[in-house]
Design a protein around this ligand. Structure first.
Ligand code: C2O
Ligand code: CU
Length: 467
């Protein structure tokens, strides 16, 4: 999932992006002319959801996916129309949700709310404009399907890129259990003996023996290739069901430019923390004079386990690769906090107090004292400026995601980041955000811990008429 921006897309690269995966062009078009400045026109992509096997360090593990894990990258330019035909070859119904995008409601991919699940053997055409650039994800939105391999990156490039960088790479962080029942895998090689006793990374009776970066376990790590002097753009995405991550790169700092696809004033840090559903874009200067191979560290928050990728300077000796479990000091360095992030383009919120406000306590499996499906909708009216204040009285961390809208987090410093997913700390953590009700329909607001979501941490924001 690497690409070099601004260059022509070669036919070979084009085939690499679209072939061998669940994504094929319906038109059978051979791809753009070699002089094309951008990726293939996003007309007529096909996404095939089907049982498959994923190779986890030499072990072929059964799962469900879109041809590869992660699924194929979907890349368009701001203002393009996304057209994807979902073909469901799974034994049960499925949908695709475009996480972070704000499509018309009927394209949002939420079963029972915006569409019927697509039956086995059937298909569905998703089609909508994507005016807002950013780093997004797509994933299945039926039950725990996301806990399998049914996810992939969705990049909307701006019409004019204002960041300067030499190459880019997307890293999708995932916790993995599918097909590994009974597996005594070591989530953390350094703690293997302890882990054997503790039984891996667990939550609510489920365990996640592996942490994957781009579908690869730490023993068979994905490699990000750089040349010395390059400026690298990384799009880091947490698509895990049950795990927050801390992310750092040994020997390198991270300049945060976007969160959830939305630009922030650049801030340079050592580490990121990503709740499930959150994304960060960072710039990394490959400025180590002697090159080398460096650990890209992925450490779960508040539990054991370990994931990684590698940053490799072209020509560096593979024998210089860090040990699988080497933990860079940067993990404990300066962390990007929401309070550090200032929106570059704040939402156009009308002055004065919000038109409507919801104070929502997060406790147990409830949002505001109610647990879905026994929950009232949260009505808003079109055009309103709506404020949600969430207070987390539970002992668990909840990354809260709103469909169909971007919201502005209110931080002490004022214009906090514009996001679509925000983590509310456990035991008294409080987060407030505002959004503009400009996209009518029925929109999920839920915890992106998929177990919590399945347990009822869901409400529906509602205003009509749905588009
Ligand atoms: Cu990625 Cu309803 O969520
Ligand atoms: Cu939660």
């Amino acid at each position: 999932m690497s690409r070099e921006p601004r260059g022509p897309v070669s036919r070979r690269r084009f085939l690499a992006l679209t072939g061998a995966a669940g994504l094929t062009l319906l038109t059978g078009c051979p791809g753009p002319a070699p002089s094309s400045p951008g990726p293939p026109a996003p007309a007529g992509l096909r996404l095939r959801a089907a049982p498959m096997r994923v190779d986890l360090a030499g072990r072929a593990v059964p799962t469900w996916g879109y041809g590869t894990v992660p699924g194929p990258e979907i890349r368009l330019r701001a203002g393009d129309t996304l057209r994807v035909r979902l073909a469901n070859e799974l034994p049960e119904g499925t949908t695709v949700h475009w996480h972070g995008l704000a499509p018309p409601n009927r394209m949002d991919g939420v079963p029972g709310i915006t569409q019927d699940p697509v039956a086995p053997g059937a298909g569905f055409d998703y089609e909508f404009r994507t005016p807002v650039p950013g780093s997004f994800m797509y994933h299945a939105h039926v039950g725990m399907q996301l806990d399998r391999g049914l996810y992939g990156p969705l990049i909307v490039e701006p019409r004019t890129e204002e960041l300067a960088y030499d190459r880019e790479h997307t890293l999708m962080l995932d916790d993995w259990r599918d097909g590994l029942d009974g597996h005594t895998g070591h989530a953390d090689p350094a703690e293997a003996p302890a882990d054997d006793a503790a039984g891996t990374v667990s939550f609510g009776g489920r365990s996640y023996p592996l942490l994957l970066v781009n579908g690869r376990p730490p023993e068979d790590a994905a490699v990000v290739e750089v040349r010395r002097g390059d400026r690298l753009r990384l799009r880091v995405m947490n698509v895990a069901a049950d795990t927050g991550f801390r992310f750092a790169i040994a020997g390198h700092r991270l300049t945060v430019t976007h969160t959830d696809g939305m630009a922030v004033e650049p801030v340079t840090v050592d580490a990121l923390r990503l709740g499930m559903g959150e994304r960060y874009d960072v710039l990394v200067d490959a400025d180590r004079p002697d090159g080398g191979v460096w650990q890209i560290a992925v450490q779960p928050e508040g539990r054991s386990g370990w994931g990684r990728a590698l940053l490799r300077y072209t020509g560096s000796d593979a024998s210089r690769a860090p040990a699988v479990a080497e933990r860079p000091a940067e993990l404990a360095g300066r962390l990007a906090e929401y309070g550090d992030l200032l929106a570059r383009e704040p939402l156009d919120l009308p002055a004065g107090p919000p038109d409507r406000q919801y104070d929502l306590v997060l406790s147990g499996t409830e949002i505001g004292g109610q647990s879905y499906p026994d929950a009232d909708p949260l009505p808003v009216a079109e055009g309103e400026r709506v404020r949600f204040t969430m207070r987390n009285t539970s002992a668990k961390w909840h990354p809260m995601h709103l469909h169909g809208h971007h919201f502005q987090v209110l931080t002490a410093g004022g214009r906090g980041p514009v996001k679509d997913t925000v983590a509310v700390p456990a035991r008294g953590g409080e987060v407030t955000f505002d959004f503009l009700a400009t996209n009518p329909g029925r929109w999920l607001f839920h915890c992106h811990n998929h177990h919590h979501m399945e347990d009822g941490m869901v409400r529906v924001v509602e205003y009509g008429p749905a588009s």
